[in-house]
Design a protein around this ligand. Sequence first.
Ligand SMILES: Nc1ncnc2c1ncn2[C@@H]1O[C@H](COP(=O)(O)OP(=O)(O)OP(=O)(O)O)[C@@H](O)[C@H]1O
Ligand SMILES: [Mg+2]
Length: 366
Amino acid sequence: MANVTLRNVKKQFGDVSVIKGVDLDIADGEFCVFVGPSGCGKSTLLRMVAGLEDISAGELKIGDQDMTEVGPADRGVAMVFQSYALYPHMTVENNIGFGLRMTGHSTADIAKRTNRAAEMLQLGPLMQRKPSQLSGGQRQRVAIGRAIVREPQVFLFDEPLSNLDANLRVQMRIEIGKLHQDLGATMIYVTHDQVEAMTMADKIVVLHGGIIEQVGSPLELYHRPRNIFVAGFIGSPKMNFIKAKVSAGKTGKLDVTLPGGGKVSVDSQGAKVEANQPVTLGIRPEHMIVGGKSDGELKGTLRLAEYLGSETMFYASLPDGSDISVKADGLATAKPGSTVVFGIPSKACHLFDAGGGAIINGDLTK
Ligand SMILES: Nc1ncnc2c1ncn2[C@@H]1O[C@H](COP(=O)(O)OP(=O)(O)OP(=O)(O)O)[C@@H](O)[C@H]1O
Ligand SMILES: [Mg+2]
């Protein structure tokens, strides 16, 4: 079993506290993705699991073994870095097998494992080349091959695809997904890329300033963000945040007053509010309806329209001066400067209190 357990894990660099008490359970065979803004501690946390950074406080277990004091080579983990970190003077074959030679594996065992990894990653024809004779995607496959041959219990990836162009990223994303299925190994994967996080993860961990904001499946985080930070971080384009006021409506409802005076009535889900409580209404660009009637309406002045073919993005200003973005189908058109009505389905509305905590989550899946 290679589940990974972190209990109140902390990291200090001198006086600076970078990881501030993280509790996390990653199941055996799970694909866990760390996301969060630059500097929030994703790489540090990953390197702590790898044993490349020591743990200032708390406990780390891999399987049932306490790893807090165990060196990186003995943790049963292999890490793939953003910079592929290949040896330039060695062939692909030797790069892949290098770690095994260093740990005294037999020549026959090295050959067997190297060939199997090469086959999995379609590196067979490239085995005698040097890294300088490979494309970025091929180099990244070699780096992954080097991790595979070690047969780790846990794979750690730190933004492995961010140096690749868009097409290669998609291809490699699919390959890593297949690899996860084939090997059944536990994987922890750091990325900045929304699509990678949403498509690859069984579990996403949203980090912010050294703490975990929320852990959940991609769709849990998309539909039920616990707070305004997660709501704004998960999903692309980003959720709109609109200043509004809310009061208790008829039984089981909350009445929300929008900028410009429009209203939308939403399911209270048992939440209690004060009369005229200031809130932030969160609604995703893809859930607003351009020009269409819905449960509520918001008028805005169109600033910009982007015609992308498959979809049109509208950017508009609201009467209170704030900006929203709205995603419509590729045939929608509107003129900059014109007034556009945006329909607001009440089921798509999230409400956040002044502290940023969710009062209710709109959930279109219900
Ligand atoms: N060796 C170090 N000494 C002091 N501070 C450090 C050290 N390594 C990292 N930090 C700080 O710790 C914080 C977290 O860094 P980390 O590299 O984990 O961020 P990250 O989430 O991976 O960011 P990015 O998305 O930019 O890669 C940053 O503020 C960074 O400046
Ligand atoms: Mg990083």
